[in-house]
Write a protein that binds this ligand. Structure first.
Ligand code: BES
Ligand code: MN
Ligand code: MN
Length: 463
């Protein structure tokens, strides 16, 4: 009988080779030109689940990209773990900033990853982390050690807001029924400082369009006499924060839960170096809401950020023009008690109300989702904590993250179960950026930790 460590040692080259093949398929969900790659990736995942030992696999159609489902039910009286992940990836642009092509994975060492990291779009978010679960499952089946039932639900629209999951999940409550949901799609503090994500922010994503005159105008003949939509849009955006870097939308903070002094003090104990943070980003100073630390600003506080802004002439040389329209994409990160639909409504009303009469404003909501925070005095968390202790040799630190995985709140609402966020990526892995990568050590450590979670969760559930 092999332990997980010896099984990994024997099979690690194949584990890496398989992940590399998965990373070669450009499953970009934001761009319909990649539709056939989306389907090829779904097939790849389906085949992997079948080979690893699921006794039922299925491609579930949705109004959008298919969801890959697989299960191994060994005994109805045992607990069931539902593994969620996503096989879609972010677009690769700006392509010029990649040191190697995003869909031709290469292994290189870095200062943080001396044992090598796989460079490719999706390496960490989320193909690499999702595939760890399939390999951990392969081990449990191969060695006859699966202690409970397992279900896999791997979707293909996470990076575009998982909008079809609110269609799929309520229609498949029975199929997805479980005792705990396990997700590896977040990060940890450092390879020698393991942490478990206990919170995620919600999100409201909107697009705004400001229209001035009905056509582009000569900026000499008309300049000064009509509203320039780009000038107006930037002024409106600038007014969304005050001098304390607080968001000015009326009612925006109404439902924000203030953390207690004790909770903030506990947060402040997590290892963090502001100097290293600034150095890694090459910035002289940090920036953000007055009265909060960097780690608070990016996890327990809501934000508003412009993600893109365009309009007018941006080609070579100069063109003297007043554009008819200006646009921006804006995201608001929300904290658990804020309702994303209410915030979207508040934004829309406020943004329309601050527009001068000389322009027309359209606010188009894109997608959103609720935040999440999970207690740590549960069987679910204790099992995860023990699993990290077994593989890392130390207790993980609970930590709230600033990112969003909207499905987590939806799962809790529809399936009534808690989610454990066991992420093995690092902030420096450049997810959504050029040169995304995932440490080989992290990949194998994930595979090592997951089976312990199954074991401890099953044991603690039966006490
Ligand atoms: N895996 C990320 C979310 C994440 C990363 C959470 C690291 C915590 C730590 C996920 O794929 C993602 O990118 N989510 C989007 C939201 C989604 C609705 C498009 C995000 O956070 O921007
Ligand atoms: Mn992800
Ligand atoms: Mn992502």
């Amino acid at each position: 009988m092999n332990t997980i460590s010896t099984y990994i040692e024997t099979h690690k080259n194949r584990f890496i080779a398989e992940l590399i093949n998965l990373l070669k398929i450009p499953s970009i969900s934001a761009d319909s030109a990649y539709q056939k790659d989306i389907l090829a990736t779904a097939d790849f995942v389906l085949e992997s689940l079948k080979k690893a030992g699921c006794d039922h696999v299925e491609l579930c159609e949705t109004p959008g990209n298919p969801i890959v489902y697989g299960e191994k039910i060994i005994d109805k009286n045992l607990p069931t773990v539902l593994v969620y992940g996503h096989y879609d990836v972010q677009p690769a642009d700006p392509i010029d900033l990649w040191d190697s092509p995003p869909f031709e994975p290469v292994i290189k060492t870095t200062a943080i990853h001396p044992e090598g990291a796989i460079f490719a779009r999706g390496a960490c978010d989320d193909k690499g982390q999702m595939y760890m679960h399939i390999k951990a499952f392969e081990y449990l089946i191969a060695e006859g050690k699966l202690p409970c039932n397992v279900k896999f639900m791997i979707e293909g629209e996470e990076e575009v807001g998982s909008k079809n999951l609110s269609w799929f999940v309520p229609r498949n409550r029975e199929k997805l029924a479980n005792d705990v949901i396990l997700i590896s799609d977040t990060g940890m503090i450092a390879n020698d400082i393991p942490s478990i994500t206990t919170g995620l922010r919600g999100l409201s994503y909107v697009e705004v369009e400001v229209t001035g005159p009905n056509r582009d105008l000569h900026s000499g003949l008309y300049g000064g006499a009509v509203a320039n939509p780009i000038n107006i849009l930037t002024k409106m955006i600038a007014s969304l924060h005050d001098e304390h870097n607080r968001i000015t939308i009326p009612g925006f903070y109404d439902d924000v839960e203030e953390l207690s002094v004790t909770e903030r003090a506990a947060m402040a104990k997590a290892p963090f170096s502001l100097e290293n943070y600034k150095k890694a980003l090459d910035i002289e100073a940090v920036y953000g809401e007055e009265g909060y630390t960097t780690n608070e600003r990016n996890s327990i506080r809501p934000t508003l950020d412009v993600n893109g802004i365009w309009g007018g002439y941006t080609g070579e040389g100069a063109k003297t023009v007043i554009a008819s329209k200006a646009f921006a994409k804006i995201s608001m990160r929300l904290v658990p008690n804020q309702d994303w639909e209410k915030i979207t409504e508040l934004f829309k009303n406020h943004f329309e109300s601050i527009a001068p009469a000389s322009v027309k404003v359209v606010v188009k909501p894109h997608h959103g989702g609720q935040g999440y925070v999970t207690p740590i005095d549960t069987i679910e968390y204790k099992a995860a904590s023990k699993a990290y202790e077994a593989s890392f040799g130390k207790k993980p630190i609970p930590q709230r993250s600033g990112g969003s995985i909207p499905i987590v709140a939806l799962f809790e609402q529809e399936l009534k179960s808690k989610t454990i966020l066991m992420g093995f990526g690092l902030d420096s892995d450049a997810i959504h950026s050029p040169n995304e990568h995932f440490g080989i050590w992290n990949y194998l450590k994930g595979i090592e930790t997951i089976p312990y979670f199954y074991k401890y969760f099953t044991e603690l559930s039966q006490k």
